[in-house]
Design a protein around this ligand. Structure first.
Ligand code: GLV
Ligand code: GLV
Length: 310
């Protein structure tokens, strides 16, 4: 039996399977454990099941001499210093696949909401601005026949591409090494599906936003810091692009009084790409399976450093 620290309670019954084999300490709060408490609880643990809100950096890993397995409850692992874990031969699990379709669905919801100006329409109804039917009220842009540039052609990018073909959009995929300069001016929608790495941090900045069409919209369901927030706010206010639909932001959470929220065409939702009951339960199952395997010294079903001997 090992000791496991789980940094938040999870939907479904997956944690029961962990409790059946190990001593499990679950952080009970709505908010993530503050760093001191995270270190205090992880210090004596062999297994750590963490969230994207927990920075698992080299110092934390060094402070946990018994740690044998890290399981991140997310597909993105930018919150984990994977190199530091690998150097200690600690496998790092993640949850790809099980959240792909849910995130693909939310991406399409954001695309359509932004192109067709749903937040403005909904607000107009509530504030009494819906006075009559008007030929030129709230005109947006079409998704059918639009050129959609997907930055990142992994699982989620492919799931979005599949959906877009059904909508009659033209899909262009930019892979890891494809320069964006030639592709941005052609796109009616730019949707981000790459991981956050040192290479993609700030990938969409002032120059990239200027290169986009003034009628185009930006969609981000990947990670906030891929987009330069100040540059995005400026581009929306200056009319350089028509809209930005964001599931992820920098900073995250975005404070309710952040100036980006009042920029024209901004639509922000609170990092809910995988937030369906089924997807979050499947993520919990996979995260627990990863942790159980790692603690047994077996290969995790999904790991980002499968070479790390465990
Ligand atoms: C969520 O953002 C994830 O990476 O799973
Ligand atoms: C994530 O699962 C991706 O590969 O896009």
């Amino acid at each position: 039996m090992s000791r496991c620290f789980v940094t938040r309670d999870l939907p479904g019954r997956a944690l029961d399977r962990l409790r059946a084999e190990h001593e499990v300490d679950v952080w009970p709060d709505r908010f993530p454990p503050p760093r001191e408490r995270l270190i205090e609880s992880a210090r004596s643990a062999q297994g750590l099941l963490c969230m994207l809100t927990d920075p698992i950096d080299a110092d934390l890993i060094a402070a946990c001499p018994d740690l044998r397995a890290i399981s991140n409850y997310a597909v993105g692992v930018d919150n984990v210093d994977v190199a530091a874990a690998t150097a200690r031969a600690i496998p790092v699990g993640n949850t790809p696949g099980v959240l792909t379709e849910a995130t693909g669905d939310l991406t399409l919801a954001l695309m359509l909401a932004s192109l067709r100006r749903l937040p403005e329409g909904e607000a107009a109804v509530r504030t009494g601005e819906w006075l009559t039917w008007e030929p030129a009220f709230l005109l947006g842009s079409d998704l059918h026949r639009a050129t959609v540039l997907l930055v990142g052609g992994g699982r989620i990018g492919q799931a979005v591409a599949r959906r877009l073909r059904g909508f009659g959009a033209r899909v262009v995929v930019a892979g890891r090494d494809d320069p964006l300069d030639a592709l941005l001016p052609e796109a009616d929608v730019v949707s981000l599906h790459c991981p956050l790495t040192e290479k993609t941090r700030g990938l969409i900045g002032a120059d990239e936003l200027k290169a986009m069409k003034p009628t185009a919209v930006l969609v981000n369901t990947a990670r906030g810091p891929i987009v330069d927030t100040a540059a995005l706010e400026h581009a929306l206010r200056a009319g350089e692009i028509a809209g930005a639909a964001l599931d992820v932001t920098d900073p995250e959470p975005l404070p309710a009084d952040h100036p980006l929220l009042t920029a024209p065409g901004a639509l922000v939702v609170p990092h809910m790409g995988s937030a369906t009951q089924a997807a979050r339960e499947a993520m919990a199952d996979l995260a627990v399976d990863n942790l159980l395997a790692g603690l047994r010294g077996e290969p995790m079903p999904q790991s980002v450093n499968p070479g790390a001997p465990s």
